[in-house]
Design a binder for this molecule. Structure first.
Ligand code: 1OR
Ligand code: 1OR
Length: 382
């Protein structure tokens, strides 16, 4: 905490950051009424903080493959700031980074195959069309890293975006206490270095190779030219939806942005089957528009509607949590739009929401008992 020293009043870093963020958001959004906007802005900030605190030390045992709770404290402030700045400063219509020919680094067939494997599953690449993907692959170049080498240093200007081919990489953040802490570790896959290039800001964290590793890099210009517009559009598209899902308040903005990158849109006609009871699960869904009927087939073969979900609702999470077949079927009611999240990304990104999901699953149990006097489907959910 900063206190007045020697008669001088020090502005605490938190205060300065929050006011700066607020001011930037206000200037960019130009919502008109400053008071109303301030109420909305700070309420959102408070809600984000409350969910993090309420969640506290978790009693359950979330899936080990998911980001642990210890990583949270240093993250929160960054992410809140990053998100709003990103979401509002970048105007794709005014983006002039289309100019100039994209870089091309010739590659052997073997290199291409390795690169194609490394970029599979990179969330930021999901919204690229075939031609853009080709440009991205052409523009990437190889970079080896030695154990202990800093690929990125916090505070530097952003030069490249990196995709991991192999090797372990620690993400380190030096906070106000000047202690460098590991906040995340990439284990042989994933990508990093997008933030500085997207937001035109200094590197938010350092990234250090734990072992010898192989990376594919893309320069800042190519990143902005090819990736920024598509990533921005997708984040914008899903921002509103993800804000409407109460469960996701438990995520930091950085994580919600990654989630937006990962979602795949799907449009359905009236009555179309989305999930079939008994099937193996490959992911979960968020309702973007329209509504979804959840139905259970009982032993007598009759199907009963047990729930209707509207915009902001989610379903298909149960089988991912329990690792069991689908407990119910889901159908579109009227023309409906859903956003699909695959199981790997679910496990990677939704760790912080696991407790809330489990609580909601407890509600399923209660309702199941009320409806059928039986909870055989759901006994070992927790
Ligand atoms: P960059 O260009 O800022 C460092 O350079 C990169 O580390 C950053 O882009 C991200 O790609 C990556 N917070 C900030 N950056 C992170 C984080 C992170 N994780 C990976 N990177 N947090 C960890 C969230 C699990 C929050 C901690 C402050
Ligand atoms: P899933 O992966 O099992 C079907 O696929 C989805 O329907 C399930 O995840 C939940 O997201 C959703 N029982 C079972 N599944 C339900 C229930 C439910 N409600 C929604 N789903 N209930 C128990 C009563 C039979 C809740 C009724 C309100």
């Amino acid at each position: 905490m900063s206190r007045p020293q020697g008669g001088r009043i020090q502005v605490p870093d938190d205060l300065r950051e929050i006011l700066l963020e607020f001011t930037i958001s206000y200037l960019l959004e130009q919502p008109g009424d400053v008071i109303n906007y301030a109420v909305e802005f700070f309420t959102r900030l408070q809600n984000n903080r409350t969910t993090t605190i309420v969640r506290g030390p978790t009693a359950g045992t979330p899936d080990e493959s998911i980001i642990s709770d210890e990583e949270e404290p240093p993250v929160a402030r960054f992410n809140n700031r990053r998100k709003s700045v990103f979401a509002e400063t970048y105007d794709p219509e005014e983006d002039d980074s289309d100019e100039g020919a994209p870089a091309v680094f010739p590659k052997s067939d073997a290199q291409r195959a390795r690169l194609a494997e490394a970029v599979r599953g990179i969330l930021l690449f999901r919204s690229l069309d075939a031609q853009q993907m080709q440009q991205v692959l052409d523009a990437m170049f190889e970079k080896r890293s030695e154990p202990g080498e800093y690929v990125i240093r916090q505070g530097d200007d952003g030069d490249n975006f990196y995709v991991i081919e192999n090797g372990m990489f620690d993400v380190l953040v030096t906070g106000d206490d000047r202690v460098e802490k590991v906040v995340h570790t990439y284990e042989g896959s994933g990508s990093f270095g997008e933030l500085a290039l997207m937001y035109n800001m200094p590197r938010a964290a350092s990234v250090r190779a734990q072992s010898a590793g192989a990376l594919w890099a893309m320069d800042r210009h190519t990143f902005r030219r090819i990736l920024l517009k598509s990533a921005f559009k997708k984040r914008k598209l899903y921002e509103e939806l993800l804000d409407k899902v109460p469960m996701l308040k438990a995520l930091q903005s950085y994580e919600r942005a990654n989630l937006a990158d990962a979602l795949l849109p799907r449009s359905l006609n009236d009555g179309e089957l989305i999930i079939r009871q008994g099937d193996t699960a490959d992911g979960m869904y968020f309702v973007e528009d329209g509504s979804v009927s959840i139905r259970i087939t009982r032993d007598d073969g009759n199907e009963h509607e047990i729930k209707r979900l509207g915009k902001g609702g989610y379903f298909g999470e149960l089988a991912l949590v329990t690792h069991k077949p689908r407990a119910a079927s889901a159908y579109a009611v009227g023309p409906t739009k859903v956003a699909f999240l695959d199981v790997e990304t679910f496990e990677r990104l939704l760790g912080p929401c696991m407790e809330i999901m489990k609580r909601n699953i407890d509600d399923y149990e209660e309702q199941l008992v009320k409806l059928f006097g039986d909870k055989s489907n759901l006994t070992d959910v927790r």
